[in-house]
Ligand binder design. Sequence first.
Ligand SMILES: *Cc1c(COP(=O)(O)O)cnc(C)c1O
Length: 379
Amino acid sequence: MFEIDTRCVHPSRCSRAAFGSITTPIFQAATFVHEDIGSESEYSYSRMQNPTRAALEARVAELEGGVDAVAFSSGMAAETALMNIFESSGHIISGDDLYGGTLRLFRHNAVSAGLRFDFTDTTAPENVRKKLRPDTKAVYLETPSNPTMQVTDIAAVAEIAHSVEALLIVDNTFLSPLFQRPLELGADIVVHSGTKYLGGHNDTLAGFVVVKTPELAEKMRYCAKTIGACLAPFDCFLLERGIKTLSVRLEKQAANAEKIAYWLRERPEVRKVYYIGFPDHPGYEVTKRQCSGFGGMLSMEVDSPETAREILKEVRLFQYAESLGGVDSLITYPMLQTHADVPEEERLKRGINDRFLRISVGIENADDLIEDLRAALEK
Ligand SMILES: *Cc1c(COP(=O)(O)O)cnc(C)c1O
């Protein structure tokens, strides 16, 4: 088997496209002809499957080491479909530092569908064990978490979840399979916002659920075709194109992020930098064990709300926008954007206050990015 950077470009499972095309053609078709009764072709209707989507899904499944991946129209569509495999009953233990939209799903929609949630700090795996119940169906976590970059030991939590036959689900959006492969560490399901590093250009929404077993694949396919939030052929094409450059993008983003993190740390206006590559990050040992890179994300707490607002106003290269993982560097104000729906008390407890900013580092020149931040801070 080739290394992962090779496989981003040349997945081993995909056969050559029609006419020897080097790229997967965009099969912009809603339906497919059957020659005769009893000789139905491989494809029937694009909500179920489409050749462009199938090629993308095979690629993502292979990169994550799963038996199947299902592509959705967004990360939230993927998560919503995933919640349907639990058939409206049961208990899920979830990490307490999550993407705001996931928290909204868990607190409102999934609960009204009959699931019950307990939230806990999964960075201490024992917390997960304490929340286990006989009807616990799954443990759900992000590592590193959004936006406070907390690291959870995937293998340790997998063992705890499996002790009651619960599934471990990991949102792998922040590091992507280039740097972290949760299924290899014991997780059963991986979720992605493909909008972020996999797409990589801030131009397409997408989501994935990757599963480890054929049984889970069957359940996921059933939910996907029923819910119908499938990824359109053109967007599948864009995602496939994005994945081909994942390794060069993310390697550069990670190198840039490291430089910026160390630079920010020395600034008098910055109180704290949340970055998993610091040797004094509480999750550093786990990160070294389970990841092959630190990624392109960091967050920081500055000295005053005025400084935070000044940065958002004054940056020129960085752009004040939601989202992450793309080639353009972005700064997000989680309090007003990604985490606006999280109850204030909880938000503040996790340090997501009016001085807290999240940075997604792009592929620009690191010194130019630092100069941009310097100019904004010194304004
Ligand atoms: C963005 C994001 C999501 C949601 O994905 P969309 O594609 O925006 O629907 C889920 N999890 C994480 C960690 C994210 O960053």
